[in-house]
Design a protein around this ligand. Sequence first.
Ligand code: GLC
Length: 401
Amino acid sequence: MKESLTTKTDLMKTPEHYRESHNYSVAPGKRTVRLSMPRPVPLLSSMLFLLAMAACSSDSGNPVAPGPGSPPDVEGARLAFERNQKLARGINLGNALEAPNEGDWGVVLQQWFFDKIAEAGFTAVRIPVRWSGHAASGPPYQLDQVFLARVRWAVDNALERNLMVVLNMHHYEEIMQDPRAHEQRFLAIWQQVAEAFKSYPGELIFEPLNEPNNAMTAGIWNQYLAEAIVTVRASNPGRTILAGPANWNNINALPDLRLPEDDRNIIVSVHYYEPFRFTHQGASWVSGSEAWRGTTWLGNSTQRLSVTAALTAAANWALEKDRPLHLGEFGAIIEADMDSRATWTGFVTESAESLGLSWSYWDFCANFAVYDKRRDTWHTPILNALLRPDTDASKLSLAWK
Ligand code: GLC
């Protein structure tokens, strides 16, 4: 049976969502280098310094200033860097639990997904979840317990196979339209999710909100993120939290992200889908993308430079802020030709790893599949591009070695 993988009618993106803002922020001379994170590419660094001088970062507020005299969160920093190293190489279980109902977008999670992923050598899964579709609309915003049990099943299956888990909140579309109307609901949902998983091991990581966008501006997001962290910490003081910037977690929006200075148990995440016309050609949920069909990515020097420039800027930001960095989503759609997909995927993965980023490929078996569910086999070129079995791992400067 041919499954429908392109029925995301409630999600419309335009290229502007991923526009290049070139809003890099690298402060020369103030760098602290952690042993667990390799230095960025020096050649590019100087270029990025210049860009930084030219960039003017928007004022998105700093809702959580470091408490005067509060002791540095050494333990939190240790946990975040250590867990980012363990995250290493992950897969997004996309189009399943973040669909309006599991199965609506062609994917129902199966136990064997977790077997395949672990056996192939991946070290983590990111589980996108549409909690907002399974919670009451009025206080106390009670979560559907059957749905919660289903999510727990997925988390358990991953942990049992020694996979790290990033459990997020995905597609809370209403909060993107009207943040104030959903602030309390957002926090109440996290209060319940955090409570439900409070006894889980450190291999489980929470991500408060996927791709804040639209009316959820950087200023509002920075405030809600700080509130979500406080909410989670009430029941999960040692839980590692993963969070990315507003503007769809766009890698170039990092300079606008504000994190609580005195909470170091946080991994920063960014998404990368550039060039958007290549990775999203023919995407049913992106208006105008039909015209992009046939766009290739052969990895010429200009194309490679734009990938490394974006990733290096992000790595520099992370070094400057002394935060571990994760590439939470990247992928090229199955509509693109396989050679281009594999070349792009391999180059992005390798570049991320050489800069010390862990990553999660989007996705397992849906629109950007690394696994072909219909033929019940891996898309070998994509799998090899991600895990590069022919690479001498000992020669890579991986953050997690
Ligand atoms: C975002 C969306 C997801 C989409 C992906 C690629 O994560 O939430 O649904 O498939 O980006 O566009």
